[in-house]
Ligand binder design. Structure first.
Ligand code: FES
Ligand SMILES: [Fe+2]
Length: 387
């Protein structure tokens, strides 16, 4: 029997999940009500699968996301894998030196093209050995009949858009995204960081590790954008840094800046604890010679991965780095305990109602405004943000 293949690959488009418009409309209404009432989000925002689906499509699959530092891929062929929302992602340094972001899904039958990290001359899927160049062009498809109307040119890897901000790699898997570096956040962070003598590019990558948290990604976000909890949840941090009236939070459209001076030394900006928080999930912590870059990776409504990278200025001792990694891990673990506790009470239906503090919890209102904008496509009119 002769089997004739008739490939019509040019008509293939990646499946875009349909957006449940009714769900989206009710979520937008709920967000508006919450913003008007200045309360926490309602429990379904932390538990409902439909809301999670909307977040994946409206935030994670079409906004800019930090995925890693350029030190992870200094040479041609260096690569690492990660995920953005539900999209498995392969970041690789191409032959032309440019950074490529591909959907890490084989065009044959869906195996991951690459796993983990490493260096390769080509990108070969381990299932049936289809092979792409580092620039995503299909070069080999073993034993595919040349008479089968099969044109390799029709099967490049799907790609996202890449931009770098200093040493940080950002990707966007939406259609024709607005350039990240044209957003106000880019110039604002650039300007602020310079004013504090923070040179992100001067830090060297040292370590990277991950935590799994049994809580919704927004609970972890909520905890990370307020320090109202610091005195009770982080006594060690609160004994060394200002966490009360002298804890400063500046809110901008797509990012926040937190500054906590050393206890009793309000003018000591060299040793203050800084957090540059970029919507939706990336934080750059700077404390003296150490920088930590942290990002939340949502896995499900109730599971979030946290990736932590630590960096040090040249000449920093191993002891200083280890001490900061330890204090970072302690603070994060304390946050996770709080977040997991809140997640555990959600199904009971008693969560919510209390007003958010206008100043101490303004970071949560900022997050709600960002959610509202992503879900509705419009800015929130009753802004809580300060410029
Ligand atoms: S699934 Fe990748 S080569 Fe078959
Ligand atoms: Fe915290």
């Amino acid at each position: 029997m002769t089997i004739t293949q008739n490939c019509t690959p040019t008509t293939f488009q990646p499946r875009v999940r349909r957006i449940d418009e009714a769900k989206r409309a009710s979520a937008v209404e709920a967000l508006a009500r919450t913003l008007e009432a200045r309360t926490p989000l309602t429990p379904e925002f932390y538990t409902d699968e439909g809301i999670f689906d909307l977040e994946m499509e409206l935030i994670f699959h079409r906004e800019w996301h930090y995925v890693g530092h350029i030190d992870r891929i200094p040479n041609t062929g260096d690569y690492f894998t990660t995920r953005v929302g539900r999209i498995p992602v392969l970041i690789v340094r191409g032959r032309d030196g440019k950074i490529n972001a591909f959907v890490n899904v084989c065009r044959h039958r869906g195996h991951e093209v690459a796993q983990g990290e490493g260096n390769e001359r080509t990108l070969q899927c381990h299932f049936h050995a289809w092979t792409w160049t580092l620039d995503g062009e299909l070069r080999g498809a073993p034993r595919y009949d040349p008479e089968a109307n099969f044109d390799k040119a029709n099967f490049p890897l799907f790609r996202g858009t890449v931009e770098t901000f200093g040493p940080f790699i950002f990707v966007n898997f939406g259609q024709d995204p607005e350039p990240f570096t044209s957003s106000p956040a880019f110039s604002e962070i650039d300007e602020k960081s310079k004013s504090f003598n923070h040179d992100f590019g001067a830090f060297e990558l040292k370590n990277r590790w991950q935590h799994e948290i049994k809580a919704n990604w927004k609970l972890i976000l909520d905890i990370s954008v307020e320090c109202y909890h610091c005195a009770s949840v982080h006594p060690e941090f609160a004994s060394s840094y200002e966490t009360g009236e002298n804890y400063r939070v500046d809110l901008f459209q797509d990012w926040q800046l937190h500054i906590s001076p050393p206890k009793g030394q309000l003018d000591d900006m060299v040793n203050a604890n800084f957090i540059y928080h970029i919507w939706p999930h990336t934080q750059f912590f700077i404390q003296g010679p150490i920088m930590n870059v942290v990002r939340n990776i949502p896995v499900s409504t109730t599971t979030t991965l946290k990736e932590i990278q630590s960096f040090a200025l040249p000449g920093t001792s191993d002891e200083v780095l280890a001490a900061r990694e330890k204090s970072m891990d302690l603070a994060l673990t304390q946050d996770y305990d709080a977040g997991e506790s809140v997640q555990s009470t959600m199904p009971a239906g008693y969560f919510g109602g209390a007003p958010l503090l206008k100043d101490k919890e303004a970071g949560l209102i900022w997050a709600q405004e960002c959610m509202y904008r992503a879900f509705s496509g419009k800015p929130w009119h009753g802004t809580a943000s300060t410029p």
